[in-house]
Design a protein around this ligand. Structure first.
Ligand SMILES: N[C@@H](CCC(=O)N[C@@H](CS)C(=O)NCC(=O)O)C(=O)O
Length: 216
């Protein structure tokens, strides 16, 4: 089976290591499935051909011998269905994996983005200082609940799954702000997951493309 994943040829340093093809690369590494990355730029993003594959012109898009997909969460769940490394094979276990992947994307990521994107896209604008406390409070509520669920467990369920993978990719956006450090068990979970060799290989593959295609 040949697997193709789209990724950016290059992004500015602040985004390097955070572009969402990382989720798919990581899942494929955990599953032991080789893949080819198709590197794209702004022209390709805007092209009708790419929009036919990814309507919003974003990365990642995914293709294998059977399916064509976009949305990192959907892609990771597709890969998880192929690999015990990412999901138990029984219906009850699979349901928990889907639940946590969706929880990461739907119940946590919007609150992370509300806070983090203030400084990414609106740095220096006066209104963000009025908005920040509210965004911080809403995020704190979600992280407090997630932290209570995790407790002293190593993973969100009784083993590593695609749910932990997705949650890690969401939570790691909070490291630089210092927010995650206020939730030691969530930060430890993030570190535990990032220490997995498959994460390291995925990260290196993303960064290698940027090194090779850095603007002169
Ligand atoms: N919900 C999408 C979001 C994908 C996404 O935000 N991709 C970003 C990179 S991390 C992108 O392609 N941004 C460029 C753009 O939106 O034009 C997913 O999870 O796949």
């Amino acid at each position: 089976m040949t697997i193709h994943v789209t990724a950016f040829r290059w992004v500015p340093p602040f985004a390097q290591g955070y572009v969402k093809d990382l989720r798919v690369r990581w899942a494929l590494e955990e599953a032991g499935l080789p893949y080819e990355a198709t590197l794209i730029d702004g022209d390709i993003q805007a092209s009708p051909g790419y929009r036919a594959q990814q309507p919003f012109g974003q990365v990642p898009a995914y293709r294998d011998d059977e399916v064509e997909m976009f949305e990192s969460g959907a892609i990771v769940l597709h890969i998880a269905a192929k690999s015990e490394a990412l999901s138990p094979s029984d219906a009850a276990g699979r349901a928990r994996v889907s639940t946590w992947v969706l929880a990461a994307l739907n119940s946590i990521e919007p609150y992370v983005d509300n806070l983090v994107l203030l400084d990414v896209f609106h740095a220096g604008e006066a209104w963000i200082e009025e908005r920040r406390p509210q965004a911080q409070d809403m995020l704190n509520g979600r992280l407090t609940a997630l932290s209570a669920w995790l407790g002293d467990k190593d993973y969100l369920e009784d083993r590593f799954t695609a749910g932990d993978l997705m949650m890690t990719t969401v939570l790691r956006a909070l490291v630089e702000s210092g927010v995650l450090a206020r939730f030691p068990n969530l930060d430890a979970h993030r570190r535990r997951c990032e220490a997995r060799p498959a994460f390291g290989r995925a990260m290196e593959a993303q960064l290698q493309a940027y090194r090779e295609n850095a603007p002169a």
